[in-house]
Design a binder for this molecule. Structure first.
Ligand SMILES: Cc1ncc(COP(=O)(O)O)c(C=O)c1O
Length: 394
């Protein structure tokens, strides 16, 4: 065993946990096992906890701002992990990535403008477009032989046809688990640059990229790409600190950055919360060894789940993710409608998953399961699904 024990089960109930404490309020059975929202059931590294405790013990929580040590922590992280060299003036901090996506939509488009996405994709992508009265232009990913790819021709055609101004890119992609290659991103970038479309690259899952794959920061493709993009990063998924709400957005293009900052100012946001700043800096400074061990554990969970599906669920196909701890499985061979399947999973299997239709119509034959939990919790969930599967005689 390594330095950290990811098998420990921490009781998360009664902690105002979205994942564990709100099933009934959200219309789910009381005894449902939650494998939905994308946070983890692992405690943060002890070294990071100590940083937070130390700050709490100081006892004053007035307005706070990031300093040069905060920036240095970020700089080292992105250099070491992604060979990406950031500059201080590029950084704009926001209380979350979805907030940044919404700000980008508002800053760079006007009502009625087309904003492009590739469904199935993380559902707030469509919400920030719809809620801001922009036109959602969906060019679905291509699904073939249990694998997803980008429809480049479709994207170019849609950009021209709908006068698209902005593209929300999910890189790595939630929920399908693709880690876009440098070649794919370049091709995408070239299309966008040639039609003057800005690319917002949501890279929140960049730290969870599995063996044999590599994350490419979109801005690292070259100067012309960097000038055309807004890179959204966060320590929140990586270190399980989403509740502390801190994201680091990098905008190398000064004109775009000014427009983005103005939009944030218009929304009335200025400083991040103190604990978020402490957690972000601390995580990037001391969290590396913990993350490296966690990644091994998560890859074992992923392999276990793949094997379990292959052995027990002949009519459900689990896709192997290249990145993220979210797994996406194809239920198209089950003799159930998506609605019947939802009811079966919730009421018979007693699992709370994210149903594929949340990610757009293109996802409705799928389900998403979050495997970032102790192995015994995962086994318990999968066994529950197996009992329900066998009872149905699929
Ligand atoms: C692709 C993607 N972007 C953004 C988020 C959420 O970001 P935040 O909590 O910082 O708004 C998630 C969470 O699951 C996600 O998967």
């Amino acid at each position: 065993m390594g330095r950290y024990n990811f098998d420990t089960i921490v009781d998360r109930t009664n902690t105002q946990s979205l994942k564990y404490d709100f099933a009934v309020q959200r219309g789910k059975p009381d005894d449902v096992k939650p494998f939905w929202v994308a946070d983890m059931d692992f405690e943060i590294p002890q070294e990071l906890k100590e940083r937070l405790v130390e700050r709490v013990n100081h006892g004053i929580f007035g307005y706070s701002e990031s300093d040069e040590f905060y920036f240095e922590a970020l700089k080292h992280w992105f250099e070491d992990r992604f060979q990406w060299s950031i500059q201080q003036e590029w950084l704009v901090k926001t209380p979350g990535i979805v907030f940044a996506l919404a700000m980008a939509v508002r800053a760079f488009t006007k009502e009625g403008d087309g904003v492009l996405i590739n469904q199935p994709v993380y559902y707030p992508f469509s919400l920030v477009i719809d809620d801001n009265d922009r036109k959602l232009i969906n060019v679905p990913l291509i699904y073939r032989d249990n694998s997803y790819s980008i429809d480049f021709e479709g994207i170019e055609k849609a950009i021209v046809e709908h006068n698209v101004k902005l593209f929300l890119l999910c890189n790595p992609h939630n929920p399908v688990g693709r880690v876009w290659t440098e070649e794919e991103l370049k091709r995408l970038g070239d299309i966008c640059i040639s039609h003057n479309v800005l690319i917002v690259s949501d890279e929140i899952h960049a730290d969870f990229v599995w063996d044999g794959h590599e994350h490419t920061v979109f801005a690292n493709l070259g100067e012309s790409y960097a000038q055309q993009t807004i890179i959204c990063t966060a320590p929140s998924k990586t270190f399980n600190i989403a509740g502390l709400q801190v994201s680091n957005i990098f905008i190398p293009n000064a004109t775009l950055r000014r427009r983005f900052v103005k939009e944030i100012n218009k929304a009335g946001f200025s400083q991040l919360n103190t604990m978020g700043l402490v957690a972000c800096q601390g995580a990037y400074e001391v969290g590396g060894p913990w993350l490296d061990e966690l990644k091994v554990y998560l890859q074992d969970n992923i392999q276990f789940t793949l094997d379990y599906f292959a052995q027990h669920f002949p009519k459900m196909t689990m896709l192997r993710p290249e990145g993220t701890y979210l797994m996406w499985f194809d239920c198209s061979q089950l003799p159930l409608t998506p609605e019947e399947r939802e009811t079966w999973i919730l009421e018979d299997a007693k699992l709370w998953l994210d149903s594929g239709s949340m990610f757009g119509k293109d996802g409705e034959q799928f389900e998403r399961i979050n495997v970032a939990c102790p192995r015994s919790v995962l086994v318990d969930g999968l066994e529950s699904l197996r009992r329900a599967y066998e009872a149905k005689g699929f």
